[in-house]
Write a protein that binds this ligand. Structure first.
Ligand code: NBP
Length: 484
């Protein structure tokens, strides 16, 4: 039998898998390629991988026999049962200390379960977030690996070589933490991506509503991309706005306003509810897509429900565009603060020791949310690793004080004009709520106690739960106190 040559095996020859293999090949690694539909292996070798060192496998046994020890097997297949199916088939073929990596968009709870199951079998498991789409996979993705830490030294050289680099040398990839930490961080990344996209869409909707043409909008985005909003999503928005169809007309205007989604934003919002962290902007971004999908109902309602009448925009367009930029930046700061709050809470619940500066660096390049802004976030965490909330970092306090006037003007004007801006406005409400020393939850507690004897604490006597017989004819027995 010939000596195994494969540094790593990759299962799943769809867009992500093929591109990641070619990226690994470019960096000198020998990849063994395999796919459920085996014919795709030969096809890949004869086309995209022609002239490379990529080796094909005709079965899982063949694939495993071609790998150096410890064996490293990475899957990039559809998340869900496909991952479990492959794990089941791989386990009898692998030996103690071998490594299985799941690079798909798996739910972090599945990754936690798989880590436990494989640990019992002596195998190492890594759940890694991979971001950057096709282009990222080919030329440098952001990689967020987590799971069994013993696997990290064996995969680090490959992962850090193929990942995107900030300042040409700093890899957008580092070890995130144990069990599901990598996939959790990737999930929050995707949630933040939903938020960023919604904010940009609201900015576009405002610009359109105040009568800017598409070239004017593109110019605004181009300008914004030179400053603190410099990011991949702003850049592609500029290009999308300028893109003309074969008939010379703008393509964007012809696209149905009905958004799709694959689930990771929803998972982030659900995690926010589970961990009790108000990731309101991500939640609104998910609901914004749901509302857009009710297009038929909206068409009907648009003819029935009254709006604001003939109130017209009568401000200076140029100045108002600057206010939109401030609203976008301030809302983005809120969204990322909420995302990092969720990471912090999950880390506490799962005992993950997350390095928030390092996570910001992982997102700084290669992935869809890559931006200059993430460099500022990294710096804030580097300066104060114990920072309780990004909003409290001096850099962002300053930004908020500079942007809030324009932000408030945008929210008020949009409300007057009847333009929906769920993300801008919920971000502002969160900001005002977070900075409020007093909220009306005293009344809420009183209501709960009134109808359900749920008890409340008195100011200055925290920890002592009391019940009032509000009506005079209720009992004095209270319900037990617990947090859902
Ligand atoms: P897909 O998500 O479309 O998955 C295609 C691969 O899954 C093929 O290899 C296919 O095999 C295999 N597969 C399927 Br579908 N059902 C299977 C089953 N029941 N058992 C075994 N294999 C099965 O590919 P992708 O877009 O390259 O994404 C791969 C992973 O990376 C996914 O988890 C995705 O969420 C994640 N991801 C995608 C992107 C992106 O931009 N596309 C970005 C980041 C992460 P077959 O050829 O035999 O049908």
């Amino acid at each position: 039998m010939s000596k195994p040559v494969g540094d790593i095996a990759l299962i799943g020859l769809a867009v992500m898998g093929q591109n990641l293999i070619l990226n690994m090949n470019d960096h000198g690694f020998v990849v063994v390629a395999y796919n459920r539909t085996v014919e795709k292996v030969q096809n890949f070798l004869e086309n995209e991988a022609k002239g490379t060192k990529v080796v094909g496998a005709t079965s899982l046994e063949d694939m495993v026999s071609k790998l150096k020890l410890p064996r490293r097997v990475m899957m990039l297949v559809k998340a869900g049962p496909a991952v479990d199916d492959f794990i089941k088939k791989l386990v009898p073929l692998l030996s103690k200390g071998d490594i299985i990596i799941d690079g798909g968009n798996s739910e972090y709870t599945d990754t936690i379960r798989r880590c436990k199951e494989l640990e019992a079998k002596g195998l190492l498991f890594v759940g890694s977030g991979v971001s950057g789409g096709e282009e990222g996979a080919r030329y440098g993705p952001s990689l967020m690996p987590g799971g069994h830490a013993e696997a990290w030294p064996h995969i680090k050289p490959i992962f850090q070589a193929i990942s995107a680099k900030v300042n040409k040398t700093e890899p957008c990839c580092d070890w995130v933490g144990s069990d599901g930490a990598g996939h959790f961080v990737k999930m929050v990344h995707n949630g933040i991506e939903y938020g960023d996209m919604q904010l940009i869409c609201e900015a576009y909707d405002l610009m359109r509503s105040i009568g800017m043409n598409q070239e004017e909008m593109a110019q605004a985005f181009e300008e914004w991309n030179k400053g603190e909003l410099d990011s991949f999503l702003i850049e592609i928005t500029r290009d999308i706005l300028r893109y003309k169809d074969t008939d010379g007309k703008y393509l964007l205007e012809k696209i149905r306003d009905c958004a799709g989604q694959k689930g990771t934003g929803k998972w982030t919002a659900i995690a926010g509810l589970q961990y009790g962290i108000p990731v309101t902007l991500i939640g609104e971004a998910v609901f914004g897509r749901c509302l857009s999908a009710l297009q038929n109902e909206r068409q009907i309602a648009s003819k029935i429900l009254p709006g604001v009448g003939d109130i017209k925009f009568n401000k200076d367009k140029k100045k108002f565009t600057e206010s939109i930029r401030d609203a976008l930046y301030a809302s983005k700061i809120v969204s990322y603060s909420q995302g990092f709050m969720l990471l912090r809470q999950a880390a506490e619940n799962h005992n993950w020791s997350l390095d928030y500066g390092s996570i910001a660096l992982m997102w700084r390049g290669g992935c869809i949310i890559r931006s200059v802004f993430l460099g500022d976030i990294k710096e804030a965490f580097d300066k104060d690793p114990k920072l309780t909330n990004l909003l409290l970092a001096p850099f962002f306090v300053k930004a908020m004080s500079r942007c809030q006037k324009g932000w408030r003007e945008v929210v008020a004007t949009a409300s007057e004009l009847g333009i929906p801006i769920p993300a801008f406005s919920c971000a502002l409400s969160f900001y005002d709520g977070y900075r409020a020393a007093r909220l009306p939850a005293n009344l809420l507690q009183a209501q709960r106690d009134y109808f359900g004897a749920h008890t409340y604490e008195l100011l200055g006597k925290e920890g002592k739960w009391v019940h009032t017989n509000w009506t005079g004819h209720g009992g004095n027995v209270s319900a037990s106190t617990y947090q859902a």
